[in-house]
Design a protein around this ligand. Structure first.
Ligand code: ATP
Ligand code: XMP
Ligand code: GLN
Ligand code: MG
Length: 668
């Protein structure tokens, strides 16, 4: 029996598969298993080490996921990550509590270089943290092996080979994560790097051939990277007459997108059927189930829907319905036709599909993983050869399949398209925390003045950030005059493996933007105000009046056209600058905010604003905003702003500075 493998016990992390991948890249075999897997199973099946992933729950809650306590006593080396570390600490009698500060994003931590987990590392490390529970007292027999601010970032009992990390060594934003895994696997667990990955291309082709047999496949092709790579695989695996490729224009595509996709794929030898379903999407509804009450209801038509999850579900189900009607139109027997999609691992994990984890929180329902898609999957009707891949892996497979760079390097464009980049609203989002949050935000941007008067607000800020950050905040707020407005709208984020849906804070200034200072605010604001998951900078003069109204916004044709134009001119400016390659993706988002209205005037809020979101990531699970002057030229940003301002109906242009976590790439 295989001697060299690691069990990854899944507590519901967004990054379980990323751990699996990191371990395999080090030539060690690993398997993702449920958290409740027993120690006797692990021993009987020859696992040599255990990694416990993060997860959305809290270890002290009654409904915390079940596990077998013997896994900690069975003698196998164990590494607990985030939730996994909290569980380890609790199991041995230490304390885990929700403290006043949370951490989401990249942080510098101090590590104990003498700990074997950190062999060959420097004492300061940049890591990704995303949690609100913390180890407040390490369990007996455990020492603290790293700290961020005064929060414990890692614990160890070296003689028992039990280790816990509050940060995530598996993601890109932890710079030396790979070395930490090497230390755990090779030095501590004494595993030998023997595992070689089978050719993933061959595995995909075998899977397609075996699943499809002599039937036909209707491949849904958006023209994006994943569906094009998937279509190329199907092309290679099947006979020509078995494959029908369909592109659906749902009315939320970018300017000329459908036309360009058809032409580009034709050039690469793939014939596409293109159907224009704009009106069908616009009017479509679907049936959704309330998570708590389990009551089912029919949604409003998409053009009147505000809730982002409802929008996503309607769109996903409508894609499926259109594909099914094409099968009918072609007089094919639905039982003999498979539907193929370019679904990737992040689509499944973010939608909380059982295929990826049975404990993860749904961050956002991807259109290719709605209830209807899941039902078709259960019936065995869906083919998804890339469902275990991340984006960077698909790109490398695309290159192996000789697809041109222009396709392989395309920026991703979500299936629901512009529909989830228009923040719809009927009323302002102003809960009872709105006023208090606005006060805290003001104290943050006026920190140097606020500290002179001792008050609870200042203490709240001090509690959440390091002493170094407090000094820096005083310095920048005494030299740079900045204003902050809490916007009465919501956007989606991800914190501690949980979905958040909350306020946006907008910074503005009469001085020219100091991007370093602005990025600092973007990092610290969500840590101090948990109900703010996104920080943007508003170009133009300082915003002087509180923003308490919204422009009534639905997915109307005029709003869609406005965003389509703004997206087109901003993307054009990025292309012209030659910077498409250095940016991973650039969502352009329309928000229902009309700034600079004359107070007391009765002119209604009628305009919208546009947010630019140039974003950097490889695997799309974590990432950072591209900062002007650093990862994107300031002159390019200026051109984008000028171009977008010319679009009729636009009040202001803003720039999103939020990393993932605490924000997500898209706004809903
Ligand atoms: N307009 C569309 N027409 C047909 N199929 C679509 C459309 N949009 C999305 N899909 C299907 O949904 C899948 C998932 O979409 P997703 O955006 O993640 O992938 P992609 O569009 O292929 O690549 P990218 O991530 O680069 O945009 C696609 O692979 C495709 O099968
Ligand atoms: O095909 C898609 N259907 C969807 O429903 C969907 N939602 C998000 N995305 C894309 O997924 C990546 C991660 O997005 P977030 O950071 O916003 O979660 C980013 O690349 C997003 O554009 C989608 N793609
Ligand atoms: N990412 C995680 O594992 C988070 C664990 C826990 N829910 C927290 O917020 O601390
Ligand atoms: Mg796409």
């Amino acid at each position: 029996m295989e001697e060299n493998k690691v069990a990854i016990l899944d507590a519901g992390a967004q990054y379980g598969k990323v751990i699996d991948r990191k371990v395999r890249e080090l030539k060690i075999k690993s398997e993702l298993l449920p958290l409740e897997t027993t120690a006797s199973f692990l021993l009987a099946n020859n696992y040599k080490a255990i990694i416990i992933s993060g997860g959305p729950n809290s270890v002290y809650e009654d409904n915390a996921p079940k596990y077998d306590p013997s896994i900690f006593q069975c003698g196998l080396p164990l590494l607990g990550i985030c939730y996994g570390m909290q569980l380890l600490n609790k199991e041995f009698g230490g304390d885990v509590n929700r403290t006043t500060s949370r951490e989401d994003g990249q942080f510098k931590i101090k590590i104990d270089t003498k700990c074997s987990l950190f062999k060959n590392l420097n004492s300061e490390q940049k890591v990704l943290l995303t949690h609100s529970d913390s180890v407040t007292k390490p369990a007996e027999g455990f020492k603290i092996i790293c700290n961020s601010k005064n929060i414990t970032a890692g614990i160890a009992n070296e003689s028992k080979k039990l280790y816990g990390l509050q940060f995530h060594p598996e993601v890109e934003l932890t710079e030396n994560g790979k070395k930490i895994f090497q230390n755990f696997l090779f030095e501590i667990s004494k595993l030998k790097p023997k595992f070689t990955m089978e050719s993933r291309e061959q595995l995909c082709i075998d899977y397609i051939k075996k699943s499809v047999g002599k039937s036909k496949v209707l491949m849904l092709v958006s023209g994006g990277v994943d569906s094009t790579v998937c279509a190329a695989l199907l092309h290679k695996a099947l006979n020509k007459d078995q494959l029908i490729a369909l592109h659906i224009d749902n009315g939320f595509m970018r300017k000329d997108e459908s036309k360009n996709v058809e032409a580009s794929l034709k050039q690469n030898g793939l014939h596409l059927d293109v159907t224009n379903a704009t009106q069908i999407f616009y009017d479509s509804t679907t049936i959704i189930e309330d998570k708590n009450t389990k009551i089912k209801k029919t949604t409003k038509p998409l053009c009147l829907t505000i809730d982002p999850e409802e929008k996503r579900k309607i769109i996903g189900d409508t894609f499926m319905n259109i594909a099914n009607s094409l099968i009918e139109d072609l007089n094919l027997n639905p039982k003999d036709v498979y539907l193929a999609q370019g679904t990737l691992r992040p689509d499944l994990i973010e939608s909380a599909s059982e295929l990826a984890s049975n404990k993860a929180d749904a961050i956002k329902t991807h259109h290719n993983d709605t209830d209807l898609v899941r039902e078709l999957r259960r019936q065995g009707q869906v083919i998804e050869p890339l469902k275990d891949f991340h984006k960077d892996e698909v790109r490398s497979l695309g290159r192996d399949l000789n697809l041109p760079e222009e396709i392989v390097q395309r920026h991703p464009f979500p299936g629901p398209g512009l529909a989830i980049r228009i923040i719809c609203a009927e009323t302002p989002f102003m809960e009872k925390d709105f006023a208090e949050t606005s006060i805290i935000l003001k104290a943050i941007v006026n920190f140097s003045g606020a500290v002179k008067k001792p008050q609870a607000t200042v203490q709240k800020i001090r509690d959440a950030i390091t002493e170094e950050e407090q000094i820096y905040l005083e310095e920048i707020t005494s030299s740079y005059s900045i204003s902050v407005s809490l916007l009465p709208i919501k956007s989606v984020g991800v914190q501690g493996d949980c979905r958040t849906y909350s306020y946006v804070a907008a910074l503005s200034s009469d001085e020219s933007p100091n991007w370093q200072y602005l990025s600092t605010f973007a990092q610290i604001i969500p840590r101090i105000c948990r109900n703010v998951n996104r920080v943007v900078y508003a170009f133009g003069q300082k915003i002087t009046e509180p923003v308490t109204e919204i422009t009534h916004t639905m997915l109307s044709k005029r709003v869609i056209e406005t965003l389509r134009e703004a997206d087109s001119v901003a993307t054009h400016a990025l292309k012209e600058s030659g910077e498409m390659k250095s940016i991973a993706q650039m969502p352009i988002v329309l928000i229902p905010i009309h700034f600079d209205r004359i107070p007391g005037s009765n002119i209604p809020s009628a305009q919208w604003s546009i947010v630019l979101r140039p974003f950097l990531t490889n695997d799309f699970m974590t990432g950072v905003a591209a900062v002007p002057g650093r990862q994107i030229k300031e002159s390019t940003v200026k051109k984008m702003v000028e171009a977008v301002k010319q679009v009729p109906g636009i009040s202001r242009v803003l720039f999103d500075l939020t990393s993932k976590p605490p924000g997500t790439t898209e706004w809903e």
